[in-house]
Design a protein around this ligand. Structure first.
Ligand code: MTE
Ligand code: MO
Length: 353
């Protein structure tokens, strides 16, 4: 597969397999240009045979090409994807895994067929419980848990509960376009899942096989990793994106002139729309309300802004979001062994002159 273009605009975390964060500017717009969208891949770019096989416990097994997918009703929607490991670098002690800062999050406009439409063509049998979703990528996994022998050739496989996968209202896509162009290799060409509201591990790239299965799936990327291993309570799977706000302007470490400054940012949550963002400039737990823009769509980050009278000196700015389900960001990251779901309040320092 040809090497993807535009890798140079990203902040590299690892060169092979290529893993990179968006630059600060990737969070500025309503959507992220493709060349600024973060990339997270567990294995090298695979060769994909160009077809999607749908089988397992179904009445009508299928083999689909990208043209077959394009002949189904197309859905276009903006979706914010965030890696469950985003912000791992700020956890203490540092858990194992890629040391993501805070920029393994981006928003793109995805076009594809509904997963629900493909499944209804195949006709899942009544005894199906989950949909096993396999990417074409595979290899040795340097973090292999006890689930697999250390030298096993692993594929990237995830499962979705069958009612979720077959629900048209869940808006899960088999996407073949990103921001109006065919998918780039780094983002899962020729097609991938895009599962709104979920941490992006669910959005299987280079999708190659879908199988309806009659027992819950276990595997390295389902029950070995992408699990919150809490120090004090039973493990839980990584599912919906946790609520989080980011400050996009001023940039962390910026020097800005004294006077009125509009602070801008983004906020998102997998559990529902953002209802409030509070700003704090002191350690006194005082939160002044920002203006939160209404959602532009159900699955994308929301804009917020705050009019700040900036006085000379060094300032710390914190932004804390609340969603419609009542979730509020914690001050301290919820530490877990594999370092997932850090949605702690961001602290950004700026200097006003
Ligand atoms: N086949 C496959 N799909 C995958 C992955 C992978 O390694 N292989 N990584 C997952 C993870 S952990 C994330 S965060 C997203 C990243 O999507 P992106 O690279 O398009 O930003 O893809 C998901 N889908
Ligand atoms: Mo991820």
């Amino acid at each position: 597969m040809t090497i993807t273009r535009n890798r140079a605009s990203l902040t590299m975390i690892k060169d092979e397999p290529f893993n990179a964060e968006a630059p600060h500017s990737g969070l500025a717009g309503h959507t992220t240009p493709t060349e600024l969208h973060y990339v997270r891949s567990n294995f090298a770019l695979p060769d994909h045979g160009g077809t999607l096989t749908v089988g397992g416990a179904v009445d009508r097994p299928l083999t689909l090409t990208v043209d077959d997918l394009r002949s189904l009703p197309a859905v276009t929607q903006a979706v914010t994807l965030e890696c469950a490991g985003n912000g791992r670098l700020d956890m203490r002690p540092l858990p194992t895994g890629e040391p993501w800062g805070g920029y393994a999050v981006s928003t793109a406009v995805w076009t594809g067929a509904r997963l629900a439409d493909v499944l209804s063509q195949a006709g899942p049998r009544a005894d199906g419980v989950e949909l096993r979703c396999q990417g074409a990528d595979h290899g040795k996994y340097h973090l292999a848990s006890v689930l697999e022998p250390a030298d096993a050739d692993l594929s990237f496989v995830r499962s979705l509960a069958l009612p979720h996968a077959s629900d048209p209202a869940a808006d899960i896509l088999i996407a073949y376009e990103m921001n109006g162009e065919p998918l780039q290799p780094d983002h899962g060409a020729p097609f991938r899942l895009v599962v709104p509201h979920w941490y992006a591990v669910a959005s299987v790239k280079w999708l190659e096989r879908l199988d309806v299965i009659t027992e819950p799936f276990t595997g390295e990327f389902q029950t070995g990793h992408y699990v919150y291993q809490w120090p004090d309570r039973p493990s839980e799977p990584v599912t919906l994106m946790r609520i989080r706000a980011r400050i996009t302007d001023p940039q962390p470490g910026a020097f800005i002139p004294a006077g009125t400054h509009m602070i801008h940012g983004k906020a998102w949550s997998g559990a529902g729309p953002i209802t409030e963002v509070g700003l704090s400039f002191t350690g006194e737990s005082e939160w002044a309300p920002a203006t939160v823009e209404p959602p532009r769509g159900p699955y994308q980050w929301q804009d917020w802004s705050f009019r700040w009278e900036a006085t000379p000196g060094r300032h710390s700015i914190r932004a804390r979001a609340r969603d419609a389900a009542g979730n509020v960001q914690p001050e301290v990251p919820p530490w877990n062994r594999l370092g997932y779901g850090n949605n702690a309040v961001e602290l950004s320092y700026v200097e006003v002159r």
